[in-house]
Design a protein around this ligand. Structure first.
Ligand SMILES: Nc1ncnc2c1ncn2[C@@H]1O[C@H](COP(=O)(O)OP(=O)(O)OP(=O)(O)O)[C@@H](O)[C@H]1O
Ligand SMILES: CC(C)(CO)[C@@H](O)C(=O)[O-]
Ligand code: BAL
Length: 285
């Protein structure tokens, strides 16, 4: 696996692969890789001949009081995992390489609608930072396809909308959430949890599963159901940021007519913010 730090070296390596007639798959990440990321890399390997991953902790998508400084940076271990997963090229640029003129005057890509509310509501400017860096990365890599995790469900919706609205010639593939045995969605931020918090954390998934079960069983009073869910999270010691039932395609609030409901949650456990979601087919027509 080749590791490049500059845009020029990245472009040269991708151009060589394209010259050999290869189809290019891309997996953007912020590093500190776990089996969730590896599933994305393997999916890219199934759909493309040349797999590019990026590791870049993007300052533009972090709020002023968030964990940009403490976000885990584990490049050596990440390289080994990517190599084993069949990645061909890793792009690991510096902040200066990505934002040579600084961030204040950076052109911003902003996706209205789907980026509002949920994580976009709690993290103002977050999705502008994500859509801007993903646009820059797409323009650098020029991939045929890119793989994103369904764990960041709203992010995936933002990227799909951006690609459609801006006619970007890249196919977006969503990969299901990879979980620990006890149900907790794998996340780099799980490493912030103390042993006690880690033991409590699966309550988020269990609560979503119980709500999903009720919806499958015909429950359609979403406000009442979500209030119950929030209470269950609080009782277990989590602090809900949001717990919502949305239409999985539009991210509009779910109604009795919604056939594909996604229940999405973000909750604090101590200082750690966990996110998770579950899709439910209601069978309602
Ligand atoms: N458990 C998971 N299952 C599937 N995809 C995942 C999982 N965790 C992260 N991803 C995906 O990996 C890509 C890179 O995400 P990122 O580097 O932010 O990882 P993360 O573990 O989610 O970190 P964070 O804790 O900061 O959210 C995104 O497309 C994200 O949705
Ligand atoms: C897509 C992404 C790599 C953009 O920085 C990030 O938001 C992430 O890791 O999900
Ligand atoms: N997984 C999305 C990146 C972030 O939380 O900033």
């Amino acid at each position: 696996m080749n590791v490049v730090r500059t845009i020029a070296d990245l472009r040269a390596a991708v151009t060589r692969a394209r010259g050999e007639g290869k189809r290019v798959g891309f997996v953007p990440t912020m590093g500190n890789l776990h089996d969730g990321h590896i599933a994305l890399v393997r999916k890219a390997g199934q759909r493309a001949d040349f797999v590019v991953a990026s590791i870049f902790v993007n300052p533009l998508q972090f709020g002023p009081n968030e964990d940009l400084a403490s976000y885990p940076r584990t490049l050596a271990a990440d390289q080994d995992k990517l190599f084993e997963a069949g990645c061909h090229l890793l792009f690991a640029p510096t902040v200066e390489e990505m934002y040579p003129s600084g961030q204040t005057l950076q052109t911003i890509v902003s996706v209205p609608g789907v980026s509002e509310g949920l994580c976009g509501g709690s993290r103002p400017g977050h999705f502008d930072g994500v859509s801007t860096i993903v646009t820059k990365l797409f323009n650098m890599v020029l991939p045929d396809l890119a793989v994103f995790g369904e764990k960041d469900f709203q992010q995936l919706a933002v990227i799909r909308t951006m690609v459609r609205d801006l006619n970007m010639p890249v196919q977006i593939i969503g990969e299901p959430i990879v979980r620990a045995e006890d149900g907790l969605a794998l996340s780099s931020r799980n490493g912030y949890l103390s042993a006690d918090e880690r033991a409590t954390a699966p309550v988020l998934y269990r609560t979503l599963s119980q709500l999903a079960q009720r919806v499958r069983g015909g429950e359609r009073d979403y406000p009442a159901l979500l209030t119950e869910g929030e209470n269950a999270l609080r009782t277990a010691g989590l602090r809900p940021d949001y717990l919502e039932a949305r239409d999985a395609l539009t991210l509009q609030p779910a109604t009795e007519q919604t056939t594909q409901v996604v229940i999405l949650a973000a909750a604090f456990l101590g200082k750690t913010r966990l996110i998770d979601n579950l899709l439910v087919e209601t069978g309602t027509h």
